[in-house]
Ligand binder design. Structure first.
Ligand SMILES: Nc1nc2c(c(=O)[nH]1)N[C@H]1C(S)=C(S)[C@@H](COP(=O)(O)OP(=O)(O)OC[C@H]3O[C@@H](n4cnc5c(N)ncnc54)[C@H](O)[C@@H]3O)O[C@H]1N2
Ligand code: MOO
Length: 436
């Protein structure tokens, strides 16, 4: 038996961030910046109007009131657009639109609502503060300034900022390309009629979704039968096209445990019994330099193993700290049992979350339902996994225990990008994933 910590340590020692490259903005979305981005331009790049109105010299409209407006001739009309407006003659106004460049000589913009909106001349009805409604060049970003630091997750605001500073192809760690392979002769694709003894392949869907949440591009391979040749063909067929492979099933001790059979001795793969429940039989190693995770076939075991081992590895591959699920403390509403010598991960619901939706000191954890490795409903209902240490067989009601929050993984993104399904019998290259 190996420990959860040793198994994770071995995994994290072997995985590295995806090779940095420059990517178009739409591809960079959801990726992690691989290097600092510094501005080569100022933002705004020129002084411009913050309001539709009139560019003036403040001195020319001093003393304007509702009763006694100051009227100035309108010398120019300045829409937003390319070009440099002519300097503003003293004693005149220029009609100006939001975002349009301020003419030299003007020091203030009077918003339209303070005027009569005139075209030939304009009556100004109030005294603006000198400099009002002007956005100065460089007041957001100065040339040479750090715009975004390496390690930043590129979300929508970061995409907007990169575009604004005219960076078309930021340096990123591309999303890891992950193949998810489910083995089992009993498996059929969801939506198909079931014959006796057949079950729906739920693992490849659940694991593919978890990988996508973790920022990966996913190639799902289902219907791989428990035959060594068929598995080897699917596995080695996809290996060179991806940054990691996740398999489920076929790793315990029975006959037909095809993953174990084919991959024993491949690269640095090692099959271990990890002292945990659920998820005892695990395998990990590099095959042809590609990280391969072989998760157990029981559906809850597969997903919990993914949370514990694959999520942090994917964080590291994306260029993020490998923090895994957020760890919190909760209070047990009822006693929980766990097998001796194993770290127990108990699916729980949480009552009494704080106003911020996070566990508070009085948050109570209760089992979310049956804890069998096949019982997915309790995992679907659970908000957290309570962690029961190896040397504890019963944690009493009222005790404070560690818990891992589900569904709130740092760096997690939900996006339609990079979902591609393929069946094991499909011929030709898998569709849908960009090649590099
Ligand atoms: N004699 C022993 N039997 C088992 C042991 C053991 O130590 N000795 N370990 C048990 C534990 S713990 C686990 S976990 C499982 C792991 O088994 P495998 O990884 O070999 O998985 P399979 O045998 O292929 O399947 C197990 C179970 O899960 C269902 N399954 C498999 N794939 C899928 C899928 N894609 N979608 C939905 N369900 C799936 C499968 O039908 C089985 O019911 O082994 C125990 N046995
Ligand atoms: O380890 Mo298995 O995952 O208990 O069912």
């Amino acid at each position: 038996m190996t420990t959860v910590d040793d198994h994770l340590e071995r995994i994290l020692a072997a995985v590295t961030p995806t090779r940095a490259r420059r990517a178009a903005l739409h591809e960079a979305h959801g990726c992690v910046l691989a290097a600092d981005v510094r501005a080569t331009v100022a933002l705004p790049s020129f002084d411009n109007a913050a309001m539709d109105g009139y560019a003036v010299r403040a001195a020319d409209v001093a003393g304007a009131t509702e009763q006694e407006p100051v009227t100035l001739p309108v010398a120019a009309d300045i829409p937003a657009g390319p070009g440099t407006p002519a300097p503003l003659p003293a004693g005149t106004a220029a009609r100006i639109m939001t975002g349009a460049p301020l003419p030299r000589g003007a020091d203030t913009v009077v918003q339209l609502e303070w005027t009569d909106g005139g075209g030939e001349s304009v009556a100004v009805r109030d005294v603006p503060r000198r400099g009002q409604h002007i956005r100065r060049a460089g007041e957001d970003v100065t040339p040479g300034a750090l715009v975004l630091a390496a390690g930043t997750i590129i979300g929508s605001a970061q995409i907007g900022l990169l575009a604004a500073v005219n960076v078309a192809r930021p340096p990123v760690h591309p999303r890891p390309r992950i193949a998810v392979l489910s083995t089992g002769t009993e498996l059929v694709e969801v939506g198909s009629p079931l014959r006796d003894g057949q079950i729906v392949d739920s693992n490849s869907h659940g694991i593919a979704a978890a990988a996508r949440e973790s920022g990966a591009q996913v190639q799902r391979l289902t219907g791989v039968p428990d035959e060594p040749d068929a598995f080897a063909k699917s596995f080695y067929g996809i290996l060179s096209q991806v940054d990691a492979v996740v398999t489920t099933g076929g790793v315990s001790v029975g006959a037909y445990d095809v993953v174990k059979e084919v991959l024993t001795g491949a690269g640095s793969i090692r099959f271990d019994q990890v002292a945990m429940r659920p998820g005892r039989p695990q395998g990990f190693g590099l095959v042809e330099g590609v990280p391969v995770f072989t998760l157990p076939g029981n559906p809850v075991s597969a997903l919990v193993s993914f949370d514990l081992f694959v999520r942090p590895a994917l964080q590291r591959m994306r260029g993020l700290p490998a923090t895994g699920l957020p760890r919190v403390e909760v209070t047990l509403a009822e006693p929980l049992r766990s097998p001796a010598g194993k770290r127990g991960f108990v699916r729980v619901t949480l009552d009494g979350l704080g106003a911020d939706g996070r566990p508070a000191p009085d948050t109570l954890a209760r089992p979310a339902g049956g804890q069998g490795s096949h019982q997915l409903t309790s995992l679907a209902a659970a908000q957290a996994l309570v962690v029961i240490p190896e040397d504890v067989t019963e944690a009493p009601a009222g005790s404070r225990v560690a818990a891992l929050l589900l569904g709130d993984v740092p760096g997690s993104i939900l996006s339609g990008v990079g979902w591609a399904d393929a069946h094991a019998d499909a011929t030709g290259p898998p569709a849908g994933l960009p090649t590099r």
